[in-house]
Design a protein around this ligand. Structure first.
Ligand code: GLA
Length: 734
């Protein structure tokens, strides 16, 4: 049983972890443990001396030994003597923010809970149980349901929270994090993923000092700047050993993640939607659901932690049936043509792509309205037949006749001032009636909090997809939200706007992806500006970054891989000099880097030399032969490109029989030993044969002594080494 309740101790066990809570003598729900399985009541670790200036609960009478400010708490709320970062802040009927939550009841439910209107993980195999612990305020009928989904084999605990107002008064939710995690020690470092447009999810590891380390987004999207996931790793944790905790938010809007090191050197880590400027009104009998957070723990290093997330996201979060399917190799015309194309030009790109083995043609931005540059027509999702010189349907048919699939770019949430939609519905845009909104990429944002807008978009895109037999959709979002004012909401509820916007986006994504289950959706937000677990629920893959430079992609894809599976990471070979950096890398290197993702091309293939075309054909052959391993296998980071002269990674089949190592050596170092990497995830007692020359290695040797990479002249030189496990009995015969 993954949930055990004994003497008010709640123990949630997975294969390799124990998550434990205990109701104490005052009815406070303590968080007693998250870590390796210790097989006991862990509340003994909460043994505090008297600590001055830590206020004591009234109930403790004259004892000065018990303070909420010191204890490890499960869902701490502000206003009653815990001076640390609260998980929950409400405005209660007396006008204050004081809330005193005590244990009320619990329930064990078969199956995994879902969260209304929000993406959340699921369990199709019905192996998961849900624990619901209800807390209640001592004064008001305010109930807080803490929800836990226990995924035993996956080593994952999911969390969510519902706040129920059963008072006869209106209350406000000012902050409700999805998960709060108190840990008794502080020798942790935090790994987080920061960046900017075209340079997202760069891994940064930093030690914690006293006070609060904080990341987040106030952009109405999870953002390029900070990804909504944090890892707490013990100081000595590396890829292959040591303890690490992950907290990943299933949410695509503004968020905050705070890690506080308190006066007792304890840690409190919280993650949830952004509380700044957030106020959610709860009338009597209404409730509020916080998004989900996915927690995972490993004592075997960051590699295992990442694979736990990858497996979980693939099996229990991405709901599209494409998740376990081979994806078509695509050609996207964006970097090939930008806005400058007509139907014939597109067809010629598609034809040359088809000859090389490419299976899906994607028509990017510029096919609608009068969209000849980025200053017009968003919102006018009507085909520009004059520009295409043919109806879209005809273009699709011609592409289909080649034996290729057809994909289309859309940006549903946006509108250009120069558009019919804006002229017809100026009040459908996020803007205060008193101020002009900020433009970004010349565009404005639609009021997705308005159900009328969502209905309209559903109808427009349904028609477009149905009339044109589209096989793939790229859903883009090319700006951050700056004007948090929705004309559809009253002034009193403007502080709900950011979250209501996200609910509208999820609603539209839900409607379109449910209706068009056979269409492959790829998410995008100026590259990876909203690459998060919320979006992956609807879209099985996401365009990783607008930076297609193979060198930079090593860093971007390295950071992305800590939480997100490779099967979700859109990666393409583009032209040189690279359009973002001007760098020249070989076609081979560009191919290797793009193979660590859902593979495709984004350049004018007709400009390639015959030799390059042959190389593309070969790349496609290679990728197809390894695709299953890339999409379903384990993935290991074999180097830290920030620290080393090489970016290396490997794919290992679940049965540990097939291994592909790929690497990019940034710079040739003359008169030095060859670069080498230590493999991970092999069977140490088995023999592995290197395919290219038949050399045999034991798994242990490859993991402990490493594998040499070829010593090549040049910069950003890539390589790929295949190994396969051999039947030990036949070793002599090899
Ligand atoms: C964004 C995307 C690109 C491309 C352009 C089109 O920047 O990330 O891939 O689709 O928009 O405008």
């Amino acid at each position: 049983m993954s949930i055990q309740v004994r003497d008010q101790v709640f123990s949630l066990t997975t294969n390799d972890s124990l998550y434990q809570m205990k109701v104490d003598q005052y009815g406070i729900l303590n968080h007693t443990w998250y870590g390796p399985k210790t097989e006991m009541d862990m509340s003994y670790i909460e043994d505090y001396p008297e600590i001055s200036f830590s206020a004591n609960l009234w109930d403790t009478e004259k004892s000065r030994m018990y303070s909420l400010n010191d204890r490890l708490l499960e869902y701490p709320c502000g206003g009653i003597s815990d001076f640390r970062e609260p998980a929950l802040l409400l405005r209660v009927p007396d006008g204050s923010s004081s809330l005193d939550l005590r244990y009320y009841s619990y329930e064990i439910l078969e199956g995994k809970y879902s969260i209304e209107k929000l993406p959340a993980s699921f369990d199709r195999d019905h192996k998961t149980q849900t624990l619901k612990i209800t807390l209640k305020d001592t004064v008001y009928d305010i109930f807080v349901d803490l929800l836990y989904g226990i995924f035993e084999e996956e080593n994952v605990i999911t969390r969510s929270v519902t706040i129920r107002n059963m008072t006869p008064f209106e209350i406000q939710v000012k902050k409700a994090v999805s998960a709060s995690l108190d840990l008794p020690e502080s020798d942790y470092e935090v790994i987080h993923f920061h960046g900017r447009h075209a340079m997202e999810r760069l891994a940064e590891r930093t030690s914690l000092s006293h006070g609060t380390f904080s990341i987040g987004s106030r952009r109405g999207q999870s953002s390029h700047q900070h990804n909504p996931g944090i890892i707490l790793a013990k100081n000595n944790t590396n890829e292959t050993s040591g303890e690490a905790y992950g907290m990943l938010l299933v949410y695509s809007g503004g968020f905050e993640a705070d890690i506080e090191k308190d006066q007792l050197d304890q840690i409190r880590a919280t993650i949830g939607l952004r509380s700044e400027n957030f106020r959610w009104q709860l009338k009597p009998c209404e409730h509020f659901c916080a998004p989900e957070a996915i927690l995972s723990y490993s004592e075997k290093g960051l590699g295992v932690l990442s694979n736990q997330y990858h497996d979980f996201i693939r099996s229990h979060l991405i709901r599209s049936s494409f998740v376990h399917q081979k994806r078509p190799i695509l050609i996207n015309n964006w970097e090939a043509t930008y806005f400058d194309f007509n139907g014939e030009k597109l067809l010629s790109i598609a034809k040359s792509a088809h000859e090389l083995g490419i299976e899906l043609f994607v028509l990017d931005d510029g096919w609608f309205g009068e969209r000849h540059n980025d200053d017009s027509s968003l919102g006018d999702w009507f085909v520009n037949e004059k520009k295409l010189q043919m109806p879209l349907r005809q273009l699709v048919e011609k592409i289909h006749a080649l034996g290729m699939q057809f994909g289309l770019w859309i940006e549903p949430e946006m509108v250009s001032e120069n558009s019919k939609l804006y002229r017809d519905h100026p009040n459908w845009v996020l803007r205060s009636p008193l101020r002009d909104p900020a433009r970004s990429r010349y565009q404005l944002v639609l009021d997705m909090a308005n159900p009328e807008v969502v209905d309209y978009l559903e109808q427009v895109f349904t028609k477009l997809i149905e009339e044109n037999e589209i096989d793939y959709i790229k859903w883009d979002m090319n700006r951050s939200i700056s004007d948090f004012y929705a004309p559809s909401l009253s002034p009193k509820t403007q502080s709900e706007m950011a979250h209501r916007y996200m609910l509208g986006v999820y609603d539209l994504a839900d409607r379109l992806t449910s209706r068009f289950e056979n269409i492959l959706f790829e998410g995008c937000a100026g590259g990876g500006g909203r690459f998060d677990a919320g979006m992956l629920y609807y879209f099985p893959q996401y365009w990783c970054s607008d930076d297609t430079d193979a060198h930079n992609r090593c860093f971007i894809q390295h950071g992305t891989s800590f939480f997100y599976p490779i099967s979700a990471t859109g990666s393409h070979v583009s032209a040189i000099p690279n359009h973002q950096t001007g760098r020249n890398t070989s076609l081979y290197t560009r191919g290797i880097v793009a193979m660590a993702g859902t593979f495709g091309y984004e350049l004018d293939l007709s400009e390639l030399s015959p030799k390059e075309k042959e190389e593309v054909k070969e790349q496609i052959k290679v990728y197809k032969s390894m695709q299953e391993l890339v999409l379903e296998g384990d993935y290991y980071r074999l180097s830290d490109p920030n620290q080393q002269n090489v970016s290396a990674w490997s794919f290992v089949s679940k049965d540990k029989k097939k291994i592909i190592v790929q690497a990019v050596v940034f710079e040739h170092k003359p008169n030095m030993k060859k670069p080498h990497v230590f493999l991970q995830g092999l069977d140490e007692n088995r023999w592995y044969r290197r395919k290219e020359d038949g050399h045999l290695f034991t798994g242990k040797a490859l993991m402990k002594a490493g594998l040499f990479l070829p010593d090549q002249l040049g910069t950003d030189e890539a390589c790929m080494i295949e190994l396969e496990q051999i039947d030990s009995k036949n070793r002599e015969a090899q």
